[in-house]
Each structure stands twice: as structure tokens, then as C-alpha cells.
Design a protein around this ligand. Structure first.
Ligand SMILES: [Fe+2]
Length: 383
């Protein structure tokens, strides 16, 4: 017996933000903590949302001390402010980092102990016992899909590792997909976050396990990304394509409840050890990981899955080669520099990166099992 969940309420399109705030008020909530980051604050987005809240009689406090790869200290500071201001919910405004921090702030505000205690890989979810206030998610990037997810990823103090903290009640009550809020994202970030959305979908589609609903959503998400990402990289103000990318990102993350794979296990240490942007790390590793699969012994079903994704490239970007090469060509066409050595990573880092990739849980659902030797090989191939 299995259980399938697609539970997030998603508001999509122009007017979603004001409808979302109306619903927050209607739920009897009054004092949201807006969790965002410095970049968005400088762009005036924090103040904009605070004013929008005021128009709906919500008294909001803005918190923006969030690192691009969030650390435990961010969460602790946010939780302090949350309690000090007597907040009753959080509104996450931004990309993956503010969303992750917003979720875990609610845990830190109501539970004792270092965040390593709640590490999902070690069964830490059993310590999340106190009720958590509602979370509302307003993405300003189309990538992470954290707005439909039940996890926050934080670099915890005790181990220095990117650590997944998971609980069903971390699922946002509402995901608010307002396309106009994503138009400020610069082209290179649009490209990197968009490839993250694609990576969620392809890794979910390749993950073993019987989940045709997630598979269907993953395929449609990849199709949407291939059709729209180049459009928004070229013209950030294309609202229709921006909207479709937002949906694709939510769909990619909905699909990856089936699992992720070795690309994410490589991307996580690339961020924690070498400071790479998450989407960029995925973009650089993805072709090498697909090539690794192409060179492995696969079942007929697995080969068909590779062919189906190839056919999406053929129909959307008219690229008929090997899938790994199509992906490489496509990411380069988006302006992403292939090769880890172009992003400050050197061969000497590979040993530590591979050790940490093995410790990461995502590769447990890779299409085929992988070991440290495989990670060393693929890291070398994407240098
Ligand atoms: Fe990701």
C-alpha cells in the first residue's frame, strides 16, 4: 500500500498576492514575520510586502538576515525576532534560502536544542512535537519549489553539513505564485534557478519506485522549463513565461516527493564547501550524472525514461543527440558556464566533496545505486 499526497493550495497568476493576504487575514492571523534576504530587501520587496500586509490589516515585521546558503545562526536570529514581535505566522518571500529559514524559524521558536537534533536523516523529525504556526510562501524565483515542500535545508553548526529538516507541518498553507514578483531576478540567476527546477523534475522522473502521478507531473514540468526558461532568460519581463516557470518549479518540487538523485548529492557539498549557488551547482553536475547513467547497465524501463526525456529535448529545442550532450548544449545556451574549474572548484576538492556527497541522502533514490568511486569519477568528468 502507498499513499500519494499533492496537498498544497496554490494561488497562481496576477492578483494571487492580494488574494493570499486576504485569506491570511480571514484565518484570524494578525502579525506575520516576513522572512526574506538582503538582496530582496535592497530591491524594496520587503517594504513592498509589508505595505501590502498593512492594506489587509496585517502588522508585519521584516527579517532579512538570511545567507544564500542559510546557516543555523540565521534561524536563531529569526526565531528571536519572531518571539519578540509576538508573530503568529511567517510569510517567506524569496528563493529557497528565505523559505528554508522561514520554516525552520517556526521549529526553533517552539523547540529547544541545536538544529542538528532535528536532522531528518537521523530521524530527528520525532523531536518536532509542538504545534507550528502557519507558513505562507511567496516565491520570487522559479527553482527551488520549496513553496510546496515540507522540508528546510540549513547548514547546521555541529557538523557544518547542509541538513534536511523535515516535518509534514512545515508544508506551506498557501503557495502564492505571483509572476510579477519574479521579474527582478537577473538573467544568470533566472537560468541557474530554472535549471534547479529542471533537475528536480528529471531526478524525480529517474528515481526508482512506482509513482506514475509524480512521473507525469515531472515530465510536464520539464516540458514547461524547456519551453519557457530561454524566454525568461532573454526577456525577464515576459510575464506569461515567468508564470509558467513558477508553476514548473512548484511541479518539479511536487514530483520530487518520489525522490531526487546523485546530482543533488553533489550540489549540496558544492554549496557548503565551495559556496556555489545551488542551481548553478546542479547545472554543472547534471550532464555528467546523465552521462554516467548512459554508460551504465540499465533496465529497459530505465532506458525508456532516458529516451522520453531525450524526446522532450528533440521536440522543444530540436536537439537530437545523446541526452547528456543535449543537456550540456542547453545549459550553455542559457549562459551557464560548464566546468567546475570555472567556478573556483579545483581537483584537490574532489576527495572531500565525494565523501560529503556519499553522506548526503538524495542519492538513495538515484536511478542506480552509486558509491564514493562513482562520485569521484563524475566530479572529475565535470571539472
Ligand atoms: Fe534543488
Amino acid at each position: 500500500m502507498v499513499q500519494y499526497n499533492f496537498p498544497t493550495t496554490i494561488l497562481f497568476g496576477e492578483g494571487s498576492l492580494s488574494e493570499g493576504l486576504r485569506r491570511i487575514k480571514k484565518m484570524g492571523l494578525h502579525r506575520p514575520l516576513i522572512v526574506t534576504d538582503e538582496t530582496l530587501l535592497k530591491l524594496g520587496m520587503g517594504d513592498f510586502l509589508k505595505k501590502e500586509c498593512e492594506q489587509h490589516q496585517l502588522v508585519a515585521t521584516v527579517f532579512s538576515d538570511v545567507h544564500p546558503n542559510p546557516i543555523e545562526e540565521d534561524v536563531i536570529l529569526g526565531a528571536k525576532l519572531y518571539s519578540q514581535e509576538r508573530c503568529d505566522c511567517v510569510i517567506a518571500l524569496g528563493g529557497g534560502a528565505p523559505m528554508d529559514v522561514a520554516k525552520v524559524i517556526l521549529i526553533a521558536a517552539t523547540h529547544e536544542g541545536p538544529l542538528s537534533k532535528f536532522d531528518d536523516a537521523k530521524g530527528g523529525d520525532k523531536y518536532i512535537v509542538n504545534p507550528l504556526a502557519p507558513i505562507f510562501a511567496v516565491p520570487t524565483t522559479a527553482g527551488t519549489g520549496s513553496e510546496v515542500g515540507r522540508a528546510g535545508v540549513i547548514i547546521v553548526k555541529d557538523t557544518g553539513l547542509k541538513t534536511v529538516i523535515f516535518h509534514p507541518t512545515l508544508l506551506p498553507t498557501l503557495a502564492i505564485l505571483e509572476p510579477s514578483l519574479t521579474v527582478n531576478l537577473p538573467a544568470h540567476m533566472t537560468a541557474a534557478t530554472g535549471v534547479d527546477a529542471f533537475t528536480h523534475a528529471i531526478e524525480a522522473y529517474f528515481a526508482p519506485g512506482f509513482h506514475p502521478m509524480a512521473d507525469g507531473i515531472a515530465l510536464e514540468a520539464m516540458d514547461l522549463v524547456l519551453k519557457n526558461l530561454s524566454l525568461v532568460v532573454e526577456d525577464g519581463k515576459n510575464l506569461e513565461a515567468r508564470g509558467k516557470m513558477l508553476l514548473a518549479a512548484s511541479m518539479g518540487a511536487t514530483a520530487f516527493q518520489k525522490g531526487l538523485g546523485m546530482v543533488h548529492s553533489m550540489a549540496h557539498p558544492l554549496s557548503s564547501e565551495c559556496g556555489l549557488h545551488h542551481g548553478l551547482a546542479n547545472a554543472v553536475c547534471l550532464p555528467g550524472c546523465v552521462e554516467f547513467l548512459e554508460n551504465s547497465t540499465l533496465t529497459t524501463d530505465q532506458k525508456i525514461r532516458l529516451l522520453k526525456v531525450s524526446s522532450l529535448f528533440e521536440s522543444n529545442v530540436l536537439d537530437k543527440g545523446k541526452l547528456s550532450q543535449s543537456i550540456r548544449n542547453w545549459t550553455e545556451s542559457l549562459g551557464i558556464k560548464i566546468g567546475l574549474s570555472n567556478h573556483g572548484v579545483s581537483k584537490e576538492n574532489i576527495e572531500v566533496l565525494s565523501d560529503k556527497a556519499v553522506l548526503d541522502g538524495c542519492h538513495q533514490t538515484n536511478m542506480i545505486p552509486v558509491n564514493k568511486g562513482d562520485f569521484v569519477q563524475v566530479f572529475n568528468s565535470v571539472m
